[in-house]
Design a protein around this ligand. Structure first.
Ligand SMILES: C[S@@+](CC[C@H](N)C(=O)[O-])C[C@H]1O[C@@H](n2cnc3c(N)ncnc32)[C@H](O)[C@@H]1O
Length: 235
């Protein structure tokens, strides 16, 4: 028979797990709702194009995107951009955040494929671009596929990673596409959010593009509809 101390300990552990599960479950639900709405909006508004995810880890959001694209009959090729070895080292102070540690969230490419398969994402539905963005993204030309993106999901945490992704997306922006920044509300005691900092730098007032806030999801994410200011002004 377990004593009172063991019983109490196992009770506390079970409660902790249940709480964690509920938190994860809630965060999953928020993201799922986002993907439902995003693909519904894209298909309702006739915006075609691929799904590009920057920061894929264990394929949770990747699988959600696949299933919502299918549900909404949105014909998209899916693109997974990740180091498949976790977060890079911080480039400078602008990347510092208590939770972002080098190598964290490392998921090997093999494991990523397995996670996709176990979540019923067929291998022929997606492409992977393995490697750190500072190497992989600049090596792709402005016209390399994916060159028609309807939804870009940016979930790579750091400021420097987000900057690499925005530089890659710049020549691929199009009116009506959606960009989701999963870490928009991840700031620290000494920094504004890395996603937000990158966005302010890459989309200044005089930019040709406006990011119209679309959906906030969970406590962390904010998505935007990309508007071409010339089209917006003449409407
Ligand atoms: C928060 S996780 C992504 C979670 C994922 N969307 C999911 O649903 O499981 C962040 C990911 O970004 C990747 N990442 C961050 N910065 C990167 C960079 N500069 N180059 C390549 N991958 C990067 C990490 O390897 C990690 O897998």
């Amino acid at each position: 028979m377990p004593g009172i101390v063991e019983t109490l300990k196992s009770y506390v552990i079970r409660r902790r797990y249940r709480f964690r599960f509920r938190v994860r479950g809630r965060e999953r639900l928020c993201r799922h709702e986002f993907f439902y709405n995003a693909f519904r909006a894209l298909s309702f508004n006739g915006i075609d194009g691929d799904y590009a995810e920057f920061g894929c880890h264990n394929a949770m959001t990747f699988a959600m995107a696949y299933h919502e694209a299918v549900r909404h009959k949105h014909e998209a090729r899916l693109w997974a951009f990740d180091s498949f070895s976790g977060l890079p080292a911080p480039k400078d102070d602008r990347d510092s955040h208590p939770k972002w540690v080098e190598n964290k969230m490392a998921t090997s490419l093999d494991r990523f494929h397995k996670r996709c398969a176990s979540q019923r994402v067929p291998r022929d539905a997606y492409e992977v671009v393995p490697g750190f963005y500072e190497e992989t993204l600049p090596a792709m030309s402005d016209t390399d596929a994916p060159d028609n993106i309807a939804l870009a999901y940016v979930d790579c945490d750091l400021y420097s990673s987000t900057m690499d992704v925005f530089r890659f997306l710049m020549p691929r922006l199009k009116h009506g596409m959606i960009i989701a920044l999963d870490d928009y509300f991840c700031w620290s005691a000494t920094q504004i959010s890395g996603n937000r900092r990158a966005m302010l730098e890459m989309f200044p007032e005089n930019s040709e593009w406006e990011l119209l806030p679309y959906m906030q999801y969970g406590w962390h994410g904010l998505s935007f509809v990309v508007e071409n200011k010339t089209i917006a002004d003449s409407s």
